[in-house]
Design a protein around this ligand. Structure first.
Ligand code: KIV
Ligand code: ZN
Length: 561
């Protein structure tokens, strides 16, 4: 029997009997900080080059992110140069703060201060690892040893800031790295000592960033840790509480959301969740989750496909087709019942004039993130009949009469089975055109005239024309009726085509380029008792109906062959 699980210890729970976060809701956006260019970048097989980092930086700025961790300038020459180019190249808007990461070590801190010279707004972000496990197996030191490193770093950072020349606005961020693996009282203690060393005040608060460096517990436990930390921190108002969740258990988004309930005010993450191992938390998902609850995320997600394109090109990473909001398939309904419900939702919204998004199976309007309706519904052989009709309506403006849905669906299903795959909307249109419009014409009108006449207060429609049969003989047609369809049927009678009986018709306008045309759907009963549809399109409303009748007859004749 497989007993590998026995080598793992359960995560220790937090004693927080009076926890408050479960009763809270998210009502406003946090301060967002992107770590794409640092945490995300360091996890790439090929880290971004200067041009890619600059392009990515501008994309982050454009979407409204005001705090951006641009790298680890003391870590390499390349990182240092990128920092300098951002500052000297004038890439950083005045309302954007760049953040630079550095370990709490003297020579690295000094070189970081060199790198930020001339910037307007900077967050110097320093960290050291505090977790029980890292103390035991990596640093082989006790908690005091770890506190000393952090406090020494904080003192040096404070001193270099006081001595810094120029009018750079420098703020501080401290991360007890692997916070969630640290005893909570130790985490509180080290942060308080760092705050003392930095001289943090309400007016000049430190950002205390509490990373879930490796996600090892359920999101509720992380939320407990955040609430515990906040409740036990002295001088609470001199700190901005930030979270930095990773995604090892696949719960980075949930952990972030619960941490926000627990009082976090700031979130560090990346676009689409790039980052070490399973990634950082995905800010796009957290932001859009808020958006779909009616809360303004204060970030612009209106052109996600553009962000995706930049992201994939610069990072060489691929976004999964099921990735929330941006995956290729997230606005695709495969099941017939889903398609039908989406269809009804669209109709309901149109008819009711509701102010809210009320479409089943679509938690967000794809248009809000720059996605198109076009790929919402694909048709496969399991799709219900409403799905094919929906595509025709939604993508191409054809309102197939309800009774025609089954007939058209059968044709679409047949095509799916022939191809052995689902159809995309333009293939659905092709099935429609091949079967209703571009059909073989046993009976072909080679000339026609349709006109109206009034006699004794009554309106009549006249049909006159020539019809070729089987590409051979040509017959004259003449008929008068109370409408175009009736007139055409009368004209057909003498040539023994009166065996087809008219059942129903519907009509609507459709735009083709700049001109509008009429589409007529005609339902006939064939001599052997089956119902069949024909479609006619013409700029003349009357002739569209006549074409519809003729096409229905030609379809029936084809079937009889
Ligand atoms: O995940 C982490 O703990 C980090 C820190 C450096 C903030 O990236
Ligand atoms: Zn991280």
């Amino acid at each position: 029997m497989y007993e590998g699980f026995k080598k793992y210890k359960p995560f220790e729970q937090i004693n927080l009997p009076d926890r408050e976060w479960p009763d809270k809701t998210i009502t406003k956006a946090p301060i967002w900080c992107s770590v794409d260019l640092r945490d995300g970048n360091q996890a790439l097989i090929d880290p971004m080059n200067l041009e890619e980092k600059l392009e990515f930086f501008h994309a982050l700025v454009d979407m409204g992110i005001k705090e951006i961790e641009i790298g680890f300038p003391s870590a390499s020459d390349t990182e240092f140069k990128i920092c300098r180019e951002l500052i000297e190249g004038g890439h950083i808007p005045d309302d954007v703060t760049i953040q630079v990461l550095v370990q709490a070590r003297e020579h690295l801190i000094r070189s970081t201060f060199e790198a930020i010279r001339g910037a307007k707004n900077v967050i110097v972000h320093f960290y050291n690892s505090t977790s029980t496990l890292q103390r035991k197996v990596v640093f082989k030191t006790d908690m005091q040893g770890v506190i000393d490193i952090a406090v020494d770093g904080a003192k040096l950072i404070k001193q270099l800031t006081d001595e810094f020349e120029g009018d750079t606005n420098i703020r501080f961020e401290y991360s007890p790295e692997s916070f969630s693996g640290t005893e909570m009282d130790n985490a509180v203690k080290i942060c308080e000592e760092v705050m003392d060393a930095l001289g943090s005040t309400k007016e000049n608060p430190v950002i205390l960033n509490l990373p879930n460096t490796v996600e090892m517990c359920t999101p509720n436990t992380y939320a407990d840790q955040i609430e515990y930390f906040i409740k036990h921190l002295k001088n609470r108002e001199a700190a901005i509480i930030s979270v930095h969740p990773h995604n090892d258990r696949g719960c980075g988004v949930a952990a972030t959301e619960l941490a926000l309930l627990a009082g976090a005010e700031r979130v560090e993450g990346t676009l689409f969740g790039n980052g070490e191992r399973t990634g950082n938390l995905d800010m796009v998902t957290v932001g859009l989750n808020m958006y779909t609850q009616g809360v303004d995320p204060e970030l612009d997600f209106s052109d996600l496909p553009r962000l995706k394109e930049i992201y994939e090109r610069c990072t060489n990473m691929k976004i999964d087709p099921r990735q929330p909001y941006i995956g290729e398939l997230v606005f695709t309904a495969f099941s017939g019942s889903h398609q039908d419900a989406i269809n009804k939702g669209h109709q309901y919204m149109k008819e009711s004039g509701t102010n809210y998004w009320e479409i089943p199976y679509l938690p967000i309007d794809p248009a809000d993130v720059g996605r198109e309706y076009e790929p919402i519904v694909r048709i496969n052989s399991q799709s219900g009949k409403g799905g094919a009709a929906f595509v025709m309506h939604n993508n191409f403006g054809y309102d197939l009469p309800k009774k025609m849905h089954r007939e058209f669906y059968n044709l679409v299903q047949y095509e799916c089975e022939q191809l052995g795959r689902e159809l995309i909307p333009k293939e659905v249109l092709r099935v429609f055109e091949d079967n209703y419009l571009n059909i073989k014409q046993k009976y072909k009108l080679i000339s026609h005239k349709v006109y109206e006449e009034s006699e004794n207060g009554k309106d009549y429609v006249h049909f006159k024309g020539k019809m070729q049969i089987d590409g051979d003989s040509v017959v004259n047609l003449n008929g008068v009726g109370n409408g175009p369809i009736n007139a055409f049927f009368k004209a057909l009678k003498p040539i023994n085509m009166g065996k087809y009986k008219f059942v129903n018709y519907s009509q609507h306008a459709i735009s083709e380029g700049s001109d509008s045309k009429a589409v007529s759907y005609i339902e006939l009963k064939t001599p052997n008792g089956n119902n069949i549809f024909g479609v006619g399109i013409d700029s003349n409303v009357n002739f569209a109906s006549i074409l519809g009748v003729l096409n229905a007859i030609n379809r029936a004749e084809l079937k009889n062959k």
